[in-house]
Design a protein around this ligand. Sequence first.
Ligand code: ASP
Ligand code: MG
Length: 461
Amino acid sequence: MRVIKFGGSSLADAPAVDQAVSVIQNTYRDDPSLCVVVSAAGGVTDEIIATARLASGKRIEYKDHLSKLRKRQMSMVSTIARGDRDVSDLVQELCLEFSSICDGVYALGELSAKVLDRLMSFGELCSAHLIAAACRQKGLDARFEDTRDLIVTDEHFGRARVDFGATNERMRRLDFMDAPIRIMPGFVARSANGRITTLGRNGSDYTAAIIGAALDAGVVEIWTDVDGVMTANPEYVANASPIEQMSYVEAMELSHFGAHVLHSPTIQPVKEKHIPLRVCNTFHPEFKGTLVGEQGEANRIITGISIIDDVSFIRVEGSGMVGVFGVAGRLFSAMAVHEVNLMMISQGSSEHSICFAIQSSDVQRAVLAIEKEFEPEMKAHMVDAPVVEKDMCVLAVVGENMRRQPGISGMVFGSLGSAGVNVVSIAQGSSERNISMVIYKADAVPAMNAIHEVFFTPNPD
Ligand code: ASP
Ligand code: MG
């Protein structure tokens, strides 16, 4: 049993779908039962969100977006699912339902996370019906299988949490005897109360991992439009190259720190079951891509460099923080209560200041929360008003082999020094697999290139 997942770019238009179907055909030759998880066609989820927001903002242009979306899906039906009346009717029905929910959103001028999940689910549902039809056209015994009936979640709309007990039980009831290839919409699920939920943006990778783990798949493959996970983002580093092999932990660290090829929660289910995960390129299928498993590459010091841009850095300082217990606890609880995600934290041993990096969109919430929590101390001049630095990014250097190896951080920071990059803050977790730092956004390109050159330039001899 194998689980293969196709991302939006592998399903964006008819030629891409042809490529994906030929990958399915080839895989089916090696493996007689197959779960194929699909994303919405490239750009569709963003377009759905944009349409829904226009409608809730009482902007009548949502109608134009609606008709563009419908046209795109129906033209996919006519080129990909030629003559498949059932699929054409199904997609048509989905489009109608989608329009009437958007009309409701417009009438009310309101869009809840619950309704948005319902709307977003249409992208993956249409995709799955279309790919199932495209497979059948090529003579494959493929059937649409609704993941909403298989994956059970809570009702945390927008990023629902999976009930693995209930999900695994349902998954194990799947019988591949009647149809060996199942085409499944990624990203979507349903709560125990029957409400449609989604697993978070880019969550189709996660769907594939959940299914792979439940069915004890031999491998989970993520088919995308690049040659695997890269040593660095090629938009920043021209010499970036695909990583052949890496460990689950390295994959988790890299995806968490902005390497967008893998959605970070994806790793946990396959890691627990020791299932290998491969990242492959739909448009370059003979290339072996990146293998994620127990082991990384033995002869490499670092595995990759990744970056999260659009970060802000907040510094909380004050004489009243030195030697006082509970300050960090109060600060971080306030962030948790206001749902601010902390990417990186550092506190010098003088205890005079605590700094952390957050997404820029969270700044206002974070500042208000700090001001409220420390109002008495601020009035007494024991804690200063928080200082916010914008236009920053977090850069992370990741690698299993950095552990217990002296000199690595020297090489990292030495290269940054030579490139004239100012490092604002540094954190290294005690796992020693990740050195993270906050730098100015303007320094992102020179910083990534300087580190990449030191660790990835092949030795001339
Ligand atoms: N279509 C969803 C998104 O764009 C899920 C996915 O592509 O994995 O976020
Ligand atoms: Mg995606």
